[in-house]
Design a protein around this ligand. Structure first.
Ligand SMILES: Cc1cc2nc3c(=O)[nH]c(=O)nc-3n(C[C@H](O)[C@H](O)[C@H](O)COP(=O)(O)OP(=O)(O)OC[C@H]3O[C@@H](n4cnc5c(N)ncnc54)[C@H](O)[C@@H]3O)c2cc1C
Length: 286
C-alpha cells in the first residue's frame, strides 16, 4: 500500500504496482509503526519512555526446585532499588497448560538512556544500529552478559535464575503514543496504530480488540458510515488516551531513574510494593 485517500463517498487504496482499490471504509490496524498514521498525522511520534523491558521465557522443568516452589505458580514481583521485574506462568510449547509443560515469563524494566545506553543495546556485532528494534538473535553477547550479571547481582536469586536461564532473552524499548483522533474521513486507525500504552497495565491486546468490537458495534448501529465512525472516534479516542495515561502513571517511577536524586527520591516515595502490586495488570475500567 503506497497511498490511501478518503473521498466523500468512498476511500481509495493505491498499491505499489499501480492498482487502485475502492472501499467504503479503510481500517489501518498496522501496528505501532503504522505507516498510514505517519502519513495522516506526521507530527505524532512514538515517545521513548526512558526504559526498556527485558523479556524471556523459561521452561518450568528447567527451573530448580527451590525457584519453582518460590515463584512458579505466582504472579511475582521483585523491586530492588531502581529496578522492577515481574513474572508469571504462561502456556508452554503447543499452548500447553499441563503441569510440567508450561513456561515462566519475566518482564524486567530497566532505565536506559535514550542517547547513550539504548543505541548501544540496539547495535549488533557488525556495528549496525537497529533503531526500530533489534531481533533477539542479533543482540550482542556482551550486552547479554552485562544483563545477566546485573540479574545475578541486583535481583532476588529466584529471579536471577529465571533471567539467566531464559534461552532467548529480548528487550523492547518502551514508548508512549497518542493520537488526537482515530478517524479521518473514511479511514479509521485501530489498536497500536492509534495508541500505544506501556506494558504495565497489560492492555495492548485488549485495547486493540476493544477498538475492533466498538467499530463493529458502531457500524451496526448507524446506516451512515460517517455517523458510525464519529461514534467510534468519540468513544475509543477517549479510552485509548485513558489507558496510555494510566500506564504512564504506573511507569513514572522507572522514568525517574535517569533524573536527578530529588526526582528519584520523590518517585521512590510512591513506589511501594503494595501500590505496584495493586495496579499492575489488574482489570480497570476505561
Ligand atoms: C515484546 C512484546 C510483548 C507484548 N506482550 C503483551 C502482553 O503480554 N499482553 C498484551 O496485551 N499486549 C502485549 N504486547 C502489546 C501487543 O502486542 C500489542 O498491543 C498488540 O499486538 C496490538 O495489536 P494491533 O493489531 O494493533 O497491532 P499488531 O499486533 O502490531 O499488528 C499489526 C500488523 O500489521 C502488519 N503490518 C504493519 N505494516 C504493514 C504494512 N505496511 N502492510 C501490511 N501489514 C502491515 C504487521 O505485520 C502486523 O501483523 C506486547 C508487545 C511486545 C512488543
Amino acid at each position: 500500500v503506497v497511498a490511501v485517500t478518503s473521498e466523500e463517498d468512498h476511500a481509495s487504496v493505491t498499491l505499489s504496482d499501480g492498482t487502485r482499490l475502492s472501499a467504503n471504509l479503510v481500517i489501518a490496524a498496522d501496528g505501532f509503526r503504522s505507516s498510514l498514521r505517519e502519513r495522516l498525522l506526521p507530527d505524532v511520534t512514538l515517545r521513548y519512555a526512558g526504559y526498556v523491558a527485558w523479556r524471556g521465557l523459561v521452561d518450568e522443568r528447567d527451573l530448580s526446585k527451590a525457584t519453582w516452589d518460590a515463584l512458579f505458580e505466582k504472579f511475582a514481583f521483585c523491586l530492588p532499588a531502581h529496578e522492577q521485574i515481574l513474572g508469571y506462568p504462561v502456556a508452554g510449547p503447543g499452548n500447553s497448560t499441563r503441569a510440567g509443560e508450561r513456561r515462566y515469563n519475566f518482564v524486567w524494566y530497566r532505565a536506559t538512556s535514550e542517547h547513550g545506553a539504548l543505541p548501544n543495546l540496539l547495535t549488533d556485532a557488525t556495528g549496525k544500529l537497529h533503531a526500530n528494534g533489534i531481533a533477539p538473535h542479533l543482540i550482542r553477547a556482551d550486552v547479554l552478559a552485562d544483563m545477566e550479571e546485573a540479574a545475578l547481582t541486583l535481583l532476588a536469586p529466584q529471579f536471577g535464575e529465571v533471567v539467566t536461564k531464559a534461552p532467548v532473552p529480548l528487550f523492547q524499548p518502551i514508548y508512549d503514543l497518542e493520537v488526537p483522533r482515530m478517524v479521518f474521513g473514511r479511514i479509521a486507525l485501530l489498536g497500536d496504530a492509534a495508541f500505544v500504552a506501556r506494558p504495565h497495565c497489560g492492555m495492548g491486546v485488549t485495547k486493540a480488540a476493544g477498538d475492533a468490537m466498538a467499530l463493529v458495534t458502531a457500524l451496526g448501529r448507524h446506516d451512515s458510515i460517517h455517523a458510525a465512525l464519529a461514534d467510534f472516534d468519540a468513544a475509543r479516542t477517549q479510552t485509548g488516551a485513558a489507558i496510555v495515561q494510566h500506564a504512564r502513571h504506573l511507569g513514572a517511577y522507572m522514568q525517574a531513574q535517569l533524573k536527578d536524586e530529588t526526582d528519584r527520591e520523590m518517585a521512590e516515595r510512591y513506589r511501594t510494593p503494595e501500590a505496584v502490586m495493586r495496579e499492575t495488570a489488574v482489570p480497570a475500567r476505561f
